[in-house]
Write a protein that binds this ligand. Structure first.
Ligand code: P6P
Length: 336
């Protein structure tokens, strides 16, 4: 008998919604709309090499169509999937300087969507996995149409967070605060099917550390000491036994950390004290997921989810992964 127990993401979202008695379906519709946008982006990403949309914009492809850069395309897809639904009061995108209001011709709703439509897009031309990252907040301001106040909330207030990784397969991973669940896109039926239920970050080996070591000269002494410890160079107990993995695509590096364990780091340094990664739509959603998977996320001193945002695109140092390693990193950094 074929296993007919296939769980689509739509079914999973509805079952999740039943856990929130006050939910009126808007929240579930947002997640389903994101899944639809992910399918459209996935198709375009996987066709990138074929329809000549690799990283260049402004010219016409073989079909004579005007070509968008994939990150601009992904931005348009996310925006058009969400602007008219009546569930959002505003949006924040890595691609747009200010917060994005809902057009007056459409009704506004009670949620905020913050997203990086296509992170790591510079990796597209060399066929490295890239991703979409999203975060959902509840509207808190009295304004009907949403405001900056609704966007600048600490990560602890997120209702849901997730990412899509466009790799050897396309996977959507999300949490609504009830564990982390992964869905793999079956292109033959156009459905995301539950493939990784209740993901937990493994504490046991193999253990990977993930950081761009080209910047070592710019690190603090504490950061250097931590990585030396991971390499077993300091001869202390518990050091060594790690492998280094660094893809240079945040979603891909985090996805590996979530499934295989270890720690991902993008620290601040002497040239970029706040690091490179963005708080609202990169660090915060991944931090929510990491915590829900039994891990931790820190800026090197405190939980990412406690940081009070001051700006839409503010950067933050990021230490993400197995709780014991993130806590160890904080200890080394505190020593100098
Ligand atoms: P670096 C990709 O450009 C990105 O924004 C993230 O996806 C990735 O983690 C980081 O930058 C890589 O930065 O400085 O190591 O090249």
């Amino acid at each position: 008998m074929a296993d007919t127990h296939i769980v689509t993401i739509e079914r999973h979202i509805i079952e999740e919604e039943r856990r929130h008695p006050g939910a009126r379906g808007a929240f579930s519709n947002i997640l389903s709309d994101i899944a639809l946008a992910a399918k459209v982006i996935s198709r375009q990403v996987n066709m990138a090499g074929l329809v000549d949309i690799l990283g260049r914009a402004g010219h016409r492809n073989v079909q004579g169509e005007a070509v968008q850069k994939l990150d601009v395309f992904a931005q348009d897809v996310m925006y058009r999937a969400m602007d008219h639904t009546g569930h959002l009061c505003c949006m924040v995108s890595e691609e747009v300087e200010d917060f994005i209001p809902i057009p007056d011709k459409f009704p506004a709703g009670g949620y905020v969507l913050l997203f990086d439509p296509l992170d790591g897009s510079s990796n597209i031309d060399v066929n490295v996995s890239i991703g979409t990252i999203f975060s959902i907040l509840k509207k808190v301001s009295p304004e009907e149409r949403g405001s900056l106040e609704d966007c600048l909330q600490p990560g602890r207030r997120q209702l849901a967070a997730g990412y899509v990784v466009y790799g050897s397969s396309t996977m959507l991973v999300y949490t609504t605060g009830n564990g982390v669940h992964g869905f793999t896109l079956d292109p033959s039926i156009g459905e995301f099917l539950l493939s990784h239920e209740n993901i937990r970050i493994p504490e046991a080996p193999p253990r990977f550390y993930s950081v761009n070591e080209a910047y070592e000269e710019r690190w603090s002494p504490g950061m250097r000491a931590f990585v030396d410890h991971l390499k077993g160079r300091d001869g202390s107990d518990g050091g060594g036994g790690f492998s280094s993995r660094y893809i240079g695509s945040l979603v891909a590096d985090f996805h590996r950390t979530l499934l295989r364990g270890g720690i991902f780091m993008y620290p601040g340094d002497s040239r970029n004290p706040e690091g490179k990664l963005r708080l609202l739509y990169e660090a915060s959603p991944l931090a929510f997921i990491a915590e829900q998977a039994g891990g931790r996320a820190s800026d090197g001193r405190r939980d990412i989810l406690e940081v009070e945002p001051a700006g839409l695109h503010q950067r933050t140092p990021l230490f993400l992964g197995a709780a014991e390693l993130v806590t160890m990193a904080e200890r080394f950094l505190a020593e100098g």
